[in-house]
Design a protein around this ligand. Sequence first.
Ligand code: COA
Length: 377
Amino acid sequence: MSETPDIKKGLVGVYADESSISKVMPETNSLTYRGYAVQDLCENASFDETAYLLWNGELPSQAQLAAFQAEEKANRALSPALLRVLREFPRDAHPMDAIRTAVSFMGMEDPETADISDAAQRRKAMRLLAKIPAAVAASNRLSKGLEPIAPDASLSFGANFFHMVFGKVPQPEVLKAFDVSMILYAEHTFNASTFTARTICSTMADMHGAITGAIAALKGPLHGGANEAVMHMLKEIPSPDVAEAWLRERFDHKALVMGFGHRVYKTGDSRVPTMKKYAEIMAEVVGDKRWMNTSAVLARVMLAEKKIHPNLDFPAGPAYYLMGFDIPLFTPIFVCSRITGWAAHVLEQAADNRLIRPLSFYTGLEQRPVVPLAQRG
Ligand code: COA
């Protein structure tokens, strides 16, 4: 019998590779993308600039940004074939399943699917960045019996998304809050979906395959699905003044409180203060403080009783709700942003690839002979 090796369940504390894309510093609650603090990017740059930064290592010049935005705008339209496929999806399909399937379909019709050269992978990443919001918006409208709205190349990335979902563009404060959420969701080191994308890429599979797998991983409530779960939870609580009692009852049942806790940050998620600030701006704009007031009670009691801090999904959930999005759309919106981080990791993995293939320590039965079916009765 061999000795049990030191198994890191959930790969806790394991460094699986090097990366120069982002850095989480739990000791100071900070997160940088290519050396820039996310808060700094939120206040002094846009999501487009952040996407460029993640893929190219540096912030763009004005000319580089203009070219990047022009390419994104030129690639937004969905093919007639994909639009037909979206119409066939079950009305009650979860939007994450819809976008996962749509991205997989995009892979089948992309002219460069099989070309995994760096240049082709970058072009495919751009097409995904441009088309994913259109597919998310179209499937959301179709699920409600509404016609999809074609993208508008005269609008910015965020404004175009609101246009495709609602048929109108909101006021600048809302667009800014949305843009900030996109920057904060863009990248976060070796989380489960990113590691999935890198694992798929490590087999020399293509960009669309890696992103399809990443979307499947992101759907789970322990990962991206938490922003939806947070809003369902907030809606379950009738008012802020009963929030503490509601939470204490949850403690009695040892139930998870969604939007709290993090594998890496144990003393606070660096992205929370910025997202909370913009969720509060949303509450002001809409004139509805209920969700943020309830959130404040939950955060206070969780910290006092459990020493557990909120994660990004906690303020992002109510922010998206206040923007008017349907709750099942929250995680697909996360996809619209995280495609940037996933693609950056696919490019990085491919540039210095080694097949990702860990070991498992076998705990099953010892080797035994097969008893032929006739003798098994
Ligand atoms: N609600 C209640 N208790 C929680 C909690 C939460 N959200 N998050 C962690 N805990 C508790 C655990 O039950 C555990 O308690 P125990 O030691 O008595 O068993 C302790 O805190 C340590 O948590 P652990 O599960 O070891 O942390 P992890 O690193 O494995 O898990 C998460 C991290 C994110 C999966 C976990 O915190 C969680 O499930 N959070 C809710 C879902 C969520 O918001 N996900 C989004 C992540 S960005």
